[in-house]
Structures are given as C-alpha cells and as structure tokens.
Design a protein around this ligand. Structure first.
Ligand code: GLV
Ligand code: MN
Ligand code: MN
Length: 412
C-alpha cells in the first residue's frame, strides 16, 4: 500500500518553519511580507524538486501538479492544499501542514506511479489568515472576491493590500485572472490541525469535518471628544474608549445569550486615539468578530450587535461608525468527500469521528465551486494561533496518509 515519507515531510515542515521564525518558537509570516515571499520561492523550488509542475497565479496562489498544469474544464483536477501565511506569533503547522502534506502525497503518488484517472494538484492559498481580508486567494480562485474592493482592502495597521502586493512583485489589477474556469475542480480535500481540544480529549486520531464556521468582522469606532484628562469633570467627558469597552463586554453577553450555544465572539484589535495618558480618548475603535455555524443566527447576532453599538453611543452622547469588513458564510462539507475520507481511514485501520470546524478555512470557498471536505488531526492541548501550537509526528504521519488515500480515492 502506498505510504508517505514522514522523514521528508518532517524535514519540509521544519525548513518552512525557519521563514519568519521567532526566537522563542513559532513564526510570524504574514502574506506578501519578505518572509512569506522567501517561503514562497522555497516552496516553488520544493514542488519542482518533487517532480511536479509549479506555478503561481495572479492572486499569489502557489500550485503544484502531477503531470500537466491543471484547471482546464476538460480535465477537472482533484485538488488539495492549505496556506503558508501565518498569524503574527503563530505556530508552525497551521496551514503549512496541509500544503506540505499535500505536496508529500502528490510526490508519493508520482514516485509510486499510483493509478489516478483525474489530474492531481496542490495549492498554497494566499492570505488565508486575512491580514488584508479573509481567505483572499481561495476567494479569488473561486470567483468569490469582490474585485471592486481590492483597491480599498487594508490591514488593521493601515497597510494597503495593493502596496503589499506590488512590493512582492504582484499586479493587483490582475487578481481577477486567478478565477478558475467553471468545472475545473473535481473535488477538494484539505488536511489541517484541529486547532481545538476535541480530538485529543476523545482520543480519536482523525476528524472528518462536516461543516465549517461562518465569520463576520466589523470595524466599530466610537467617536467622542478629546479633552484634558485632568481638568475635564468626569460627567462632561465623551470618552471613545469607555464606549468601546462597554460595547465589547455587552457584545459578549449578547452572543452568549442569543448565539444558540455554538456562536463565539472576539475583540482582537483595539485602538485608542490619540493614545496618550493625559488626553481623554477622542476615539475608541475595535474590530469585532462573530462566528457561528448557523447563517441565520449569525445574521441575527450581527443585527443585534449593530443596535447595541448605536445604543451605547447614544447613551454616552457620542457618535459611532460601523463598517463591515468581511463576511464568510458557514459551509457544509460534501458527503462524497466525507465518505472518501472515511473510506481512506477504513483502508488504513484508523478510527475517525465527524467534527464541526470552528476555525475558518479555504475549504469553505472551495465548497461553493466543488465537493469539498477536510481532515483534522489532534492539536496538542488544543493550542493554536500561538507559538507553541504542535501535533505529534505520528499524528501528522497518520493524517498525511489519510490525505494520500483520500486523494487516490477521489481521483480514481
Ligand atoms: C483562521 O485561522 C481563522 O481565523 O479561523
Ligand atoms: Mn489560522
Ligand atoms: Mn489554517
């Protein structure tokens, strides 16, 4: 039976981890950064060294294919992949594992000359982590990117996407050319770490993802009045930060109360302006994220959050600006791909369970154009989006072999 080489996969995972490596462990490798572009060049070299055809599309997605360049509608490809960008101070497996295990599976198939009727390809989707907008590369590939918005897309620190792309040698006006022709992808399957504690706690080695979370991000800015922090009487202050703080606490209560048990919320970005100790903040700005598996619940939470922001602002006599940043709809994974993963697990004698993904993934864009699914392996301590994110190497080997046999099943 065909099997991947853990030694080769591990060596690639450890090498990729050097691009953007932090002294205390983990990596910062945000999309289009110099570290990311060095990693991209290295990845292209690895794809070619594995005997695969390699190319990059105008949205910055990297591809490798067994045989000829994929994505003609006449020969739909079975596709795998993930991403090589990371969150700031992220781990070495989130995204990297799915790309490198995909490459390893394709190299194994090529070397073993394992029979497959459909073309096979691996993708590294650009900006999965959404520095400039969520799931950018897979959105472009799947025709789900609003091209009129590319010019305005900006990171939370103010850097414009078009500038970051130009610095990396890409022409943002050509992003639309990345859209795949209809029918180009026969199926998509992505291997990823779970990023949560459920598989480890249940002692089950493989998760077969049945659905993926929807995510909404909104910039909420409370605009009050700058004043002297010593001389202005308390009752006369119009403090933008205090409004933002009240909103953050009440939004959490709102999601716990009306979120149906599975919805979650986070405020991971907060800005205070002018941001000095002796000025009452004129402006308190935050990015509010809402997540959940159910589209109606999510839309309801979004509406309630907007009303809450207006109420908080009104009561405090200040203004509020509400700007939706991104919306990713929840996705259902394909029954055919779930069955193919379960068949691969049965072939390999590995137990599995079905699982909901509370993290966002490129697979949810692919689900709009083809049969898409995901394979999860346990994360140590459920840790992710932090520098000590890790999985056991034998769990990685199992996951990569399940990916290999799922790809062979889907391409047969
Ligand atoms: C992707 O990592 C996400 O934010 O869920
Ligand atoms: Mn991530
Ligand atoms: Mn990821």
């Amino acid at each position: 039976m065909a099997a991947i080489s853990l030694a080769r996969l591990r060596s690639r995972v450890e090498t990729l981890a050097r691009f953007g490596a932090l002294s205390g462990g983990g990596v910062t490798r945000t999309c289009w950064s110099p570290q990311h572009e060095e990693a991209r060049a290295w990845l292209l070299g690895e794809i070619r060294a594995a005997g695969l055809e390699a190319w990059v599309d105008p949205a910055g997605n990297v591809f490798g294919a067994v045989g000829t360049r994929a994505f003609g509608a006449d020969a739909p490809a079975v596709l795998t992949g993930s991403h090589i960008d990371t969150v700031p101070e992220g781990g070495i497996l989130d995204g990297a594992l799915g790309v490198l295990a995909g490459l390893e599976a394709l190299q194994t198939i090529r070397e073993a000359q394992a029979p497959h009727r459909r073309p096979l390809a691996v993708a590294a989707w650009s900006d999965e982590e959404g520095r400039y907008g969520s799931l950018f590369g897979s959105r472009a590939f799947c025709g789900r990117l609003d091209l009129t918005r590319v010019e305005a897309m900006t990171a939370v620190d103010g850097e414009r996407l078009v500038d970051a792309m130009a610095r990396a040698g890409f022409d943002p006006r050509r992003v639309g050319e990345a859209t795949a022709p209809a029918g180009a992808v026969a199926a998509y399957v992505e291997l990823h770490i779970e990023q949560g504690p459920r598989l480890e706690e249940a002692r089950i080695p493989i998760g077969v993802v049945d659905s993926i979370v929807g995510v909404r991000r909104t910039r909420v800015a409370f605009v009050g009045q700058a004043d002297h922090a010593g001389t202005t009487p308390m009752e006369r202050r119009r403090d933008g930060f205090l409004a933002a703080a009240e909103y953050a606490l009440k939004a959490r209560e709102l999601v716990v109360k009306h979120g149906g048990g599975k919805s979650v919320t986070n405020v991971g970005v907060v800005r205070v302006h002018p941001g000095v100790t002796n000025i009452v903040p004129a402006r308190g700005e935050l990015v509010h994220e809402l997540r959940g598996p159910d589209p109606e619940t999510l839309a309801g939470l979004d509406r309630r959050s907007v009303s809450l922001a207006r109420r908080v602002a009104r009561r405090r006599g200040i203004d509020v600006e509400i700007q939706p940043m991104s919306a990713t709809e929840p996705a259902i994974c394909s029954a055919r791909v779930q069955a193919a993963i379960e068949q691969a697990c049965a072939t390999l004698g590995i137990p599995s369970t079905r699982l909901y993904s509370a993290a966002g993934h490129d697979a949810q864009n692919l689900a709009a154009i083809t049969d898409a699914g995901m394979i999860f392996i346990p994360s140590k301590g459920g840790r992710s989006h932090r520098v000590d994110e890790m999985s056991d190497w034998d769990a990685i080997e199992r996951g990569a072999n399940v990916l290999l046999h799922t790809l062979l099943g889907l391409a047969a």
